[in-house]
Write a protein that binds this ligand. Structure first.
Ligand SMILES: Nc1ncnc2c1ncn2[C@@H]1O[C@H](COP(=O)(O)OP(=O)(O)O)[C@@H](O)[C@H]1O
Ligand SMILES: Cc1ncc(COP(=O)(O)O)c(N)n1
Length: 272
């Protein structure tokens, strides 16, 4: 047997298991990829909201990245919550030092509960330092608005934002996620030459804690396996749609998505 595909997430935690590192590792596992993690912040949160969080010291983030790269090199990497400017600058510097490719950025800014997970002053660092390194970036509508300075209320405006993020800010590709838009869950993919729409039914559910984390982790897992980018995004869309469609009804707020649903569908099983 050849070496198993390996993916790394650099992100914050969620003790209730629905978002951040926890969502990412569950997604990697379900997609048969060996998961590793670098923790940027310990976040006290659950389905009801964020209570508080503590950023890890920079030396500890750096040391965790070194621990991974000196031993088990990942085939793909994603970033989630990076919370402040010096964390972003450090991660960008380490990404360059380790010559990272297959980099998926989920530009996490605000939790579903409305709590800020990225300092206001750090947004420009995310765009200037990290965006040009990405293979793909996956903003939701408010994040795409922040990055581009545009108002986005329809598909044409999503396409305009996608174009700006790639052509002007230097991402290799982008998916602008329309989970916040209308009656369909319509996302716009753009890779500098091709626009594409990823469309799924929109399910009327409050169980959407960790949807963005899960979607970007699924793209990362597929890239780690060597799946071409466009196809990786397609698989991630199926994964997140199934995970939202079959809620597991945990928590008193925005509950977590169902990580068993994708494989249940593939294998005709019913684990939950
Ligand atoms: N209610 C829903 N039904 C179906 N798909 C959804 C729903 N909400 C979000 N999605 C999809 O889930 C993925 C994550 O989107 P989104 O919720 O916008 O991200 P974020 O968690 O970053 O805000 C996207 O593919 C989006 O279209
Ligand atoms: C540590 C951490 N990272 C990210 C999110 C955003 O989650 P969502 O995917 O619901 O936008 C979160 N709530 N916590």
């Amino acid at each position: 047997m050849g070496q198993v595909p390996r993916a790394l997430t650099i992100a914050g935690t969620d003790p209730s298991g629905g978002a951040g590192i926890h969502a990412d590792l569950k997604t990697f596992q379900e997609l048969c990829v060996y998961g590793m993690s670098v923790i940027t912040a310990v976040v006290s949160q659950n389905t009801l909201g964020v209570k508080t969080f503590l950023d890890m010291p920079l030396e500890l983030i750096e040391s965790q990245m070194d621990a991974v790269y000196e031993d088990i090199r990942p085939n793909a990497v994603k970033t989630g919550m990076l919370s402040q400017s010096d964390v972003i600058r450090l991660v960008a510097q380490k990404m360059k030092a380790y010559n990272v490719d297959n980099y998926v950025m989920d530009p996490v800014m605000v939790a579903k509960s409305g709590d800020a997970l990225l300092a206001e002053t750090a947004k420009k660092e995310l765009v200037n330092e990290l965006l040009p390194l990405t293979t793909i970036v996956t903003p939701n509508l408010p994040e795409a608005e922040e990055i581009t300075g545009r108002t986005i209320q329809n598909v044409q405006q999503m396409k305009d934002a996608a174009k700006q993020i790639v052509d002007e800010f230097g991402a290799t590709a982008v998916v602008v996620k329309g989970g916040h838009l209308d009656d369909e869950a319509r996302d716009i993919y753009y890779d500098g030459s091709v626009f594409d729409e990823l469309v799924a039914s929109r399910y009327d559910t409050k169980h959407t804690h960790g949807t963005g984390c899960t979607f970007s982790a699924a793209i990362t897992a597929e890239l780690a396996k060597g799946t071409p980018l466009r196809q990786a995004v397609e698989t991630a869309k199926t994964y997140i749609t199934e995970a939202i469609k079959h809620p597991i009804h945990l928590g008193r707020g925005h509950g977590p998505v169902n990580h068993w649903a994708y494989r249940n569908r593939q294998e005709g099983l019913s684990r939950a």
